[in-house]
Design a protein around this ligand. Structure first.
Ligand code: URA
Length: 235
């Protein structure tokens, strides 16, 4: 794929039209969320509790894109409300941001069974939902969390270990944005070395947003015990 949001891969059908016309974004976002609440584009519709649409500030300059809902997200209908979400919130607070400042979405809107990896056809089925959210939110920085979001939105196969912390300009939702790949918080939860890298990559977010750097207090990011295996897989 040549850069996400630019060309559609062949074989994608039933995508809502992507309009370049200015819109009332909040209304449109709500209307779009409602329109996809019953989505049956892929097999994940069968096992989900509910579609997990993006959430947060509809005028956010900073948008995060994770992988897929996990156990807690599927139950609550909100992205990043489990352990990974708590860590994401702490990392945000560490750079002077609140969760309510940002918008958070996922590559997939439905939980894969047992938190297995998203399948290529599921990503393809769901990607226009993500691109539409980018288009409506109009962020200036899109931070991709982990491999799946990074590969999809960069349009490149390079893994997160190679590209984390390296911002790049790309076109998403018809606009130039700064794409900023980061390790997934769920992976960093159980790997202290990765958490350090994630913290230092996070520290550059204010600069990417064109804001003054925030003095960094010593983070108190306690590692949490792994969740029961039957519950969450990675998340
Ligand atoms: N991990 C994700 O990628 N997304 C969520 O919403 C929760 C955990």
């Amino acid at each position: 794929m040549e850069g996400a949001g630019r060309g559609r891969p062949s074989g994608v059908v039933d995508s809502p039209p992507v309009s370049a016309v200015p819109v009332e974004h909040i209304d449109d976002l709500q209307a779009y969320a409602q329109s996809v609440a019953g989505c049956t584009r892929c097999r994940l519709a069968q096992g989900r509790t509910q579609v997990v649409f993006g959430a947060g500030n509809p005028h956010a300059e900073l948008m995060f894109v994770g992988e897929a809902p996990g156990f807690h997200e599927d139950k609550q209908g909100l992205p990043f409300v489990g352990h990974a979400g708590k860590l994401l919130e702490k990392l945000l607070n560490g750079v002077g941001l609140q969760r309510s400042d940002v918008y958070i979405a996922n590559v997939l809107m439905c939980r894969p069974p047992g938190n297995r990896d998203p399948q290529p056809d599921e990503i393809e089925a769901c990607e226009s939902h993500l691109f539409r959210q980018v288009e409506l939110i109009e962020p200036t920085v899109v931070a991709t969390l982990g491999n799946f979001a990074t590969k999809l939105l960069s349009g490149r196969p390079l893994g997160i270990t190679r590209v984390h912390g390296q911002e790049q300009e790309t076109t998403l939702g018809g606009r130039t944005v700064t794409l900023y790949p980061l390790y997934h918080p769920a992976a960093a939860l159980y790997t202290p070395a990765m958490l350090k890298v994630l913290e230092s990559d996070f520290a550059r977010i204010p600069e990417l947003l064109g804001r003054a750097l925030v003095p960094q207090p010593e983070p108190e990011l306690a590692l949490v015990p792994a969740p029961p295996a039957e519950q969450l897989g990675l998340f």
